[in-house]
Design a protein around this ligand. Structure first.
Ligand code: ATP
Ligand code: MG
Length: 631
């Protein structure tokens, strides 16, 4: 057996302190002491947060932990839509804008909290008229619009479980998800637009449900009033439902542990898991993280660029921001269409204060060049967020300089579909280190352990685990309880995240990649993120992905797939220069044996690099589940 040399190679020494003005006005000014307090009394901490929200009936017990099954706010009754809508309407915010929705043709629509409440109630009553009841599943295959949000909330209003499927998925992936959830109703739109092209969503739904007898109705948002004509047993017009239904609908009194939604993971590492989230704990966790991680104030304009089809959209476009009562942008279409200035023009026009996006988008904008954001006034920005993948230091600095103009705080939020809410990040009043996600959120104990559960010393690579339950954790995998239990039983005593990490002497956690993708070169465990960061750090390199290949002597050798920036041509000389650069940054052990220049990398629809696909292709092995592969 090879000796395990698991030191991290990438040294990130820089530390950025937040501007004094941000610290002074922050909801939480002293992370350290509140964190300590929160660890001493987890349940007390979350109970205090929960008091900020409305409950029809209070809990008898904050947590019931029956390893590995947790119940939060036991015995409590609430409805998440009451907290997202009615609560604000009753508190003088009826006329506050909830969403500014923008489509690809720059058409803008605004909806206030009062209007959204009525819209949600009408759809909720409409769903009831179609026979949808508490506990029934409703699949939602909709573009990133107010209507989609309203349909999600309408389900929650009456206690139906929504299962949102990203509208970029093709019929196979959609069918699987509708079938898995046994959805009684599917809600869709006639089309969405991407890069100027209409994408026919309804046709995809029609093919996807062919032969699925349990689907009783398909509700269609007929955007141009040109697809639904005449009577149909199956198809129902969303506009008609809205028109004929009452704007009053009593919120269903949901038990804190009643299911809220099913959502499938991105499928980066294998077959997607149908994660089940419940009502009370999820509401409390998303509410509080949205409030304090983005440090949202009453007049802020907030924009999360994700799609409602992902958990980031669920927690940080829909439930968290609405529970906080903020004004959000919701944008349909491609980030770089009609040109790479699109997003920055919205930041300027709407004076966005908080902007939350993914490293894959940042790297794309880096390729287009800094002249695009430079054209716009981005001075309203205060907080920038990142999520989805490790943000390599190079991208961090680009984001900080070109979008944040060196005046913003970056929060690098690590979390998962399964965790429901942010788990590791720095909060805005706390110093950040580029390339490191940061510190565990309040009450969260995030540890780095070996395969037997022993906590590893600092700067050592190991499994990232979470020690104790948190309110918005997944409760099970839909129809696959054994898959749920695996998270907690693989390293007994811990929730296994599947990611590799290390922490430094100050407790900052760095995410090094997926445990499945770990490189093992001559006994050294190297995170994919370390080598990819060193590659992207080289001026000619726009994006990179690395895999390990079996090697007779070293155990594994590294192969890198590299996308060059505009204006660079592949050459042997460049290969040598890149290798030299990695040697300088990380040392000889991390230098790729092979570098292949490519035009594209296989990514999930949510923008994550699928290294397992590269590896399978390289080694001539079966690629496994690729239902979530882009293109
Ligand atoms: P699957 O579980 O099906 O393989 P997935 O893990 O990509 O897919 P998600 O739940 O969408 O599905 O993504 C969560 C993962 O994304 C995390 O486990 C982590 O690998 C990565 N991630 C998210 N945010 C960050 C971040 N800020 N830094 C580093 N990695 C992150
Ligand atoms: Mg995962």
């Amino acid at each position: 057996m090879v000796e395990d040399k698991s030191q991290t190679l990438l040294k990130v020494e820089e530390k950025y302190f937040p501007p004094q003005s941000i610290v002074e006005s922050a909801w939480i000014k002293d992370y350290e002491s509140l964190y300590k307090e929160s660890i001493k009394d987890r349940e007390g901490f979350w109970a205090k947060v929960a008091e900020e929200l409305h409950w029809f009936k209070k809990w008898e017990k904050v947590l019931e932990w029956n390893y590995p099954y947790a119940k939060w706010f036991v015995g409590a009754k609430t409805n998440i839509t009451y907290n997202c809508l009615d609560r604000h309407v009753k508190n003088g915010k009826r006329n506050k804008v909830a969403y500014i929705s923008i489509d690809e043709d720059n058409n803008e629509r605004k909806i206030t909290y009062g209007e959204l409440l009525e819209l949600v109630n009408r759809i909720a009553n409409g769903l009831k008229s179609l026979g949808v009841k508490k506990g029934d599943r409703v699949s939602i295959y909709m573009p990133n619009t107010i209507e989609a949000v309203a349909c999600m909330l309408a389900c929650a209003r009456i206690g139906a479980i929504h299962s949102v499927v990203f509208a970029g998925f093709s019929e196979g992936a959609l069918r699987l998800r509708i079938d898995d959830a046994k959805a009684k109703v599917v809600i869709t739109a006639s089309y969405t637009k991407r890069r100027g092209k209409k994408i026919d969503l309804l046709a995809t739904v029609q093919r996807a449900i062919d032969g699925l007898e349990f689907v009783e109705k398909v509700v269609v948002w007929d955007r141009d009033k040109d697809v639904l004509n005449g009577e149909s047993k199956l198809f129902v017009s969303l506009d008609e439902l809205i028109k004929k239904s009452s704007p009053h609908c009593e919120p269903e009194a949901m038990d804190a542990e009643d299911p809220l939604y099913i959502l499938y993971t991105s499928g980066t590492t294998g077959k997607p898991k149908g994660v089940l989230h419940t009502t009370g704990g999820y509401m409390v966790g998303t509410y509080y993280t949205t409030k304090v991680v983005f440090d949202i104030k009453e007049d802020d304009i907030y924009w999360c660029t994700a799609d409602i089809g992902w958990v980031t959209g669920h927690s940080y476009i829909v439930y968290g921001p609405l529970a906080v009562g903020t004004t959000s942008l919701i944008v349909e279409g491609a980030p770089d269409y009609p040109d790479p200035g699109r997003w920055w023009s919205y930041v300027e026009k709407y004076r966005v204060n908080i902007f939350y996006t993914a490293p894959t988008a940042i790297r794309m904008f880096m390729k287009y060049g800094e002249e695009w954001p430079a054209k716009y006034d981005l001075s309203s920005l205060r907080i920038l967020g990142s999520v989805g993948e490790p943000i390599n230091p190079e991208a961090w600095h680009w984001y900080f300089k070109n979008i944040g103009r060196e005046k913003c705080v970056i929060v690098d939020t690590w979390w998962q579909t399964e965790t429901g809410m942010h788990m590791i990040t720095t909060i805005p009043s706390y110093p950040t280190k580029p390339g490191k996600s940061g510190k565990p959120f309040f009450t969260i104990e995030a540890l780095v352990v070996d395969k037997n559960g022993n906590v590893l010393p600092p700067n050592t690579i190991g499994n990232l685990v979470i020690k104790t339950p948190w309110p918005s954790m997944l409760r099970t995998c839909w129809g696959e309880p054994e898959r749920y239990e695996k998270y907690w039983n693989t390293i007994p005593g811990y929730y296994l995240t599947g990611d590799l990490a290390s922490y430094d002497e100050e407790g900052y956690i760095m995410i090094l990649g997926r445990a499945d993708d770990v490189l093992n070169v001559a006994g050294h465990r190297i995170g994919t993120m370390e080598v990819e960061s060193a590659l992207v750090d080289y001026p000619a390199v726009a994006e990179a992905a690395v895999i390990g290949k079996p090697h007779e002597i070293k155990g594994e050798s590294i192969k890198a797939f590299v996308i060059l920036k505009k204006g660079y041509e592949p050459s042997e000389k460049l290969v040598e220069e890149i290798k030299h650069h990695v040697r300088q940054v990380l040392g000889p052990i991390a230098v790729p044996d092979e570098i292949e220049f490519v035009e594209k990398l296989p990514k999930t629809r949510s923008g994550k690099i699928m290294r397992r696909v590269l590896k399978a292709q390289e080694l001539g092995l079966p690629v496994g589940d690729i239902s979530t592969l882009e293109d």
